[in-house]
Design a protein around this ligand. Sequence first.
Ligand SMILES: [Zn+2]
Length: 115
Amino acid sequence: MFHIYCPYCGEYREEEEFHPKGEAHIVRPEDPETCSDEEWGDYLFFRHNPRGIHHEMWVHAVGCRKFFNITRNTATYEILETYKMGEAPSITAESRDDRAAAEAETAEKQEGVRA
Ligand SMILES: [Zn+2]
């Protein structure tokens, strides 16, 4: 068992109180009447399934019953952050790539100093 931080309750609660509700940040097309069948189909049915950083919507079902978002690493199951609906995640796959690149660059510079 593990604990998940609910950003509305402001505390860690047991995982059994929560339910996943799928990918976060899916935006409904502005005008469904004018969008293509492909755009509407993408909105309704197609979801990303990345290995690594993923943003998911969860609900605190046996608590405040509010929806919120989680940034999770799908390879390690690690929950990196939780945040309220309407907020932007502070951790993204791109920011992770930037940080990994910066760390690699730093390591190269340090090796350069030693050599
Ligand atoms: Zn809650």
